[in-house]
Design a binder for this molecule. Structure first.
Ligand code: NAD
Length: 507
């Protein structure tokens, strides 16, 4: 059977342009089951970064809008329309929701591409199917979770219930607008919470359709609300709100740290964070297949324009194969990641999310030049694409571990290659970072592989691959990469709380 993704993959860039010319969509707040503007009537422009054109306006919400959304979420939670729905009924809604997401793959793909300039092919291969999967996965868990009875004194029955938190605020970034929301909405909704989602201001569009489809799937009004707006306005108001029980945040370290401050300044709400990274990809001399390692390393840094939390931006390559690695990496990267029109299905690299992000990435390139990095390829704006926020895939070699490029998250298509003497040296450099999201090692030596897995300070470790995984894999970091775990069973514990019930027996 042909899937909707395979059908859509047949389209040419011209076909997509034709569809876009008829495409109607709405960028709004979505509160209590209804589209609405900001109470102030204020808006901000939403720019397609691949063309520079404004493609819509979004409500510029403030504290008053957040208040209305949180009240709606609280009302829905208290009514029990979702929080106390029979588990299999809640499951049925989430399955239908997942199905509707797939049926609307075309619209979701277009919305995220318009907002952030990522390739349409990525939307069809990754973002849309994996977003649907997040709801399927967490729907499956709903009636499988059990509470427990403890082995306590015969004079009591002590049981532990797992219950929803109440109203959850979700603040998400722009790099995978639909997917990052889905990873948090899946566990939050499956546990019976009500939600207020604040999308990134660069990518407000797909969240509105998502919330609409939840209602279409049979979800009650008020359970899934969307408030658009700027981080320091709508985002801050949500994180400071006294009637929000938890903030699930994905974004930068800088803003992630603020979530804990807001929690302390308000109601000590729970906070989980998924923040940035500077992930090392370590290639040791005994790698079984250098071409395979090169292929993964290239995708590891350039997929999604390098705007990936776990981007393998540090290439730690053992001295004896370093030069050959750089040569092969250059050939593969230049053939595979040619920046171009995101709506062309052959494009694997689109534009940066914004002109501001382009400037930021180019700033890191300037710094790498000033600090003595050796530019191997890229290093600027690709010719013929000056109208959009494009950056060429870039590689610096002979980067010293203390250079800015080896230490800070660029969040763009810029790789730093560093020579290492062997595993111990690689581990020392890998761990010398404020981040600890992901790491990979390529080796045939089982002792080295397992030593690396034990000692590397990262929440996600790959051996002889990069970026493999599925919904069973806890997604989150060590150190300043955050304290949360998305997309696994553990995520459910982050959107629920335990209640101990002690029943005295025998009068
Ligand atoms: P960001 O921190 O600037 O913004 C993230 C979200 O926070 C946005 O919705 C923004 O509006 C909001 N925000 C900004 N300031 C705020 C404030 N003062 N109060 C409340 N909300 C505020 O991050 P970004 O640029 O959108 O995203 C890129 C970052 O996200 C990178 O660091 C990347 O590594 C990280 N990320 C991490 C993961 C992960 O799973 N660990 C996944 C994707 C992205």
């Amino acid at each position: 059977m042909t899937t909707i993704y395979q059908t859509l993959a047949q389209r040419s860039a011209a076909d997509w342009q034709q569809r876009l010319s008829q495409f109607e969509y709405r960028i709004a707040n979505f509160i209590d089951g209804e589209h609405c503007p900001a109470l102030s009537g204020e808006t901000f422009e939403v720019v397609n970064p691949a063309t520079g054109n404004v493609h819509g306006t979004a409500p510029r919400s403030g504290a008053a809008d957040v208040d209305v959304a949180v009240n709606s979420a609280r009302r829905a939670f208290k009514s029990g329309s979702w929080s106390r729905l029979a588990p299999r009924d809640r499951m049925a809604v989430l399955y239908r929701f997942a199905q509707l997401i797939e049926e609307h793959a075309e619209a979701f793909a277009m919305l995220d591409v318009l907002d952030m300039g990522k390739p349409i092919t990525d939307m069809l291969e990754v973002d849309v199917p994996y977003s649907a999967l997040s709801f399927q996965f967490f729907a499956e868990t709903i009636d499988k979770l059990e509470g427990s009875v403890t082995n306590t004194t015969p004079e009591a029955l002590h049981y532990i219930l797992r219950q929803p938190l109440g109203v959850v605020g979700l603040i998400v970034p722009w790099n995978y607008p639909l997917l990052m929301a889905a990873w948090k909405l899946g566990p939050a909704l499956s546990m019976g919470n009500s939600v207020v989602l604040k999308p990134a201001e660069q990518s407000p569009s797909s969240a509105v359709l998502l919330a609409q489809l939840f209602i279409q799937a049979g979800g009650p009004a008020g359970v899934f609300n969307v408030v658009q707006g700027l981080g320091y306005e709508a985002g801050e108001a949500l994180a400071l709100h006294m009637n929000v029980d938890k903030i699930g945040f994905t974004g930068s370290v800088e803003v992630g740290k603020k979530m804990f401050i807001y929690a302390g300044q308000s109601n000590m709400k729970r906070v989980t964070t998924e923040c940035g990274g500077k992930s090392p990809q370590i290639i040791l001399a005994d790698v079984a297949d250098l071409d395979r390692a090169v292929s993964y390393a290239v995708n590891g840094i350039y997929a999604n324009q390098g705007e990936v939390c776990n981007a393998g931006s540090r290439l730690l390559v053992q001295d004896s194969l370093y030069d050959e690695f750089i040569e092969r990496f250059t050939t593969v990267a230049q053939a595979r990641y040619l920046p171009g029109d995101p709506f062309d299905p052959s494009t694997r690299m689109g534009s940066m999310v914004s002109f501001q992000q382009q400037k930021r990435v180019l700033g890191y390139i300037d710094k790498a030049n000033a600090e003595g990095g050796r530019l191997v390829f890229g290093g600027g704006v690709p010719k013929g694409l000056e109208h959009g926020a494009f950056v060429s895939p870039t590689l610096y070699a002979d980067v010293a571990p203390e250079m800015t490029l080896a230490r800070e998250e660029v969040f763009g298509p810029v790789a730093a290659a560093i020579r290492v003497q062997g595993l111990e040296h690689a581990l020392q450099i890998a761990n010398d970072s404020i981040y600890g999201l992901a790491a990979s090692v390529w080796t045939q030596n089982i002792d080295k592989a397992l030593t690396f897995a034990r000692d590397v300070e990262a929440g996600i470790v790959w051996v002889n691959c990069f970026d493999h995984g599925d919904m069973t894999q806890p997604w989150g970091g060590f150190k300043q990469s955050g304290n949360g775990r998305d997309r696994c069973l553990e995520a459910l514990t982050q959107y629920s709380q335990t209640k101990s019930v002690w029943v005295h027996l025998g009068g």
